[in-house]
Ligand binder design. Structure first.
Ligand code: SF4
Length: 306
């Protein structure tokens, strides 16, 4: 059997920065340490921090006044920042800088009273945070083509779009084309807001699909970018499966196969992928591992001040 490991996978610079931020805060301040939402969408990462005393909350009412609180990589709305200020929380912002860039775009369009169409998954923490930078009457969240058809913005109005950073590139482009057809005065970022890490990981799965008969994506159920990787493999005609860790991998999917592609989402620690490889090696020996050069090795985001 041959295992092809995606050229670009695992931690992106935003996730590495967020995890380092919690690590350093634990080291410097100890517990109790609160994090608003899961710091990144990975079960193993969050469970490890929980074991070390970090408390994850989805509601600031559950954080005692004056405590230390970290905002997750997905970012938060101005209302959350204001609530934290009122509660005298000592905050550290681990929002990915590429999400912050989208916040700035949202706020700028909103301040010009432009209707803002946010392409993204309703209820996803990043979308909830970004939504808060747009005046309520101007915000329209679009998840699919039907949402565009059902929108009631008059065609003559000035409209701008922004996007979640971890969307399917192909699906987002289709939606942007539909928006351009519907709103001739549509404005927005030059391309979209999908980040380099999402783009690179989807490109790498495309490469895997050309080499493999089956694709395994390591990622947690809530991870948007991991789910998009599985969809990409499936869309390219390869049976594709998402597993949170090695114990979830059903080796039966590999029976009769000799070429397996493996990738992982942007919030997945490498040891989880190594455990999947080890499980396959134990069952299908001999196994050759084929790797490729990773173009992302030098991308680092500076850590926030702690
Ligand atoms: S996936 Fe993109 S936007 Fe999200 S944390 Fe990573 S670099 Fe930032």
């Amino acid at each position: 059997m041959q295992i092809f490991l995606a050229r670009t996978q695992g931690f992106c610079a935003g996730v590495a920065r967020a995890i380092t931020t919690v690590d350093q805060a634990l080291l410097k301040f100890g517990t109790p340490l609160y994090v608003f939402h899961e710091i990144v969408h990975n079960t193993a990462v969050v469970d490890d921090f929980r074991r070390r005393g970090v408390i994850f909350v989805d509601d600031l009412n559950n954080v005692p006044d004056g405590s230390r609180l970290i905002f997750s990589a997905h970012g938060v709305s101005p209302a959350i920042i204001e609530t934290a200020r009122r509660k005298h929380l000592k905050t550290i912002d681990a929002t990915c800088p590429l999400v912050t860039k989208v916040h700035h775009e949202a706020a700028a369009f909103s301040s010009q009273d432009v209707d803002v169409i946010l392409i993204g998954h309703k209820g996803h923490e990043e979308v909830v945070g970004t939504s808060g930078y747009v005046k309520p009457g101007l915000l329209h969240i679009v998840q699919n083509a039907a949402d565009i058809e059902n929108m009631s913005i008059p065609a003559h109005k000035k409209v701008a779009f922004i996007t979640q950073t971890t969307l399917s590139i192909d699906a987002a482009r289709e939606l942007i084309l539909k928006l351009r057809a519907r709103f001739p005065r549509l404005t927005g970022p030059l391309k979209d807001d999908i980040c380099y890490a999402t783009q690179n990981r989807q490109d790498a799965v495309k490469e895997l699909a050309a080499l493999s008969e089956v694709i395994i994506i390591c990622g947690s159920p809530k991870s948007s970018n991991s789910n998009r990787l599985r969809e990409k493999g499936e869309h390219l005609g390869r049976p594709s499966y998402i597993v949170d860790n090695a114990s979830e991998l059903d080796l039966g999917i590999l029976n009769g196969k000799t070429k397996v592609g493996i990738s992982s989402g942007a919030s997945v620690p490498r040891h989880l992928v190594d455990a999947i490889i080890a499980k396959i090696q134990a069952a299908f020996s001999p196994v050759d591992i084929i790797t490729f050069d990773d173009p992302e090795q030098k991308i680092i985001f500076p850590n926030p001040e702690i």
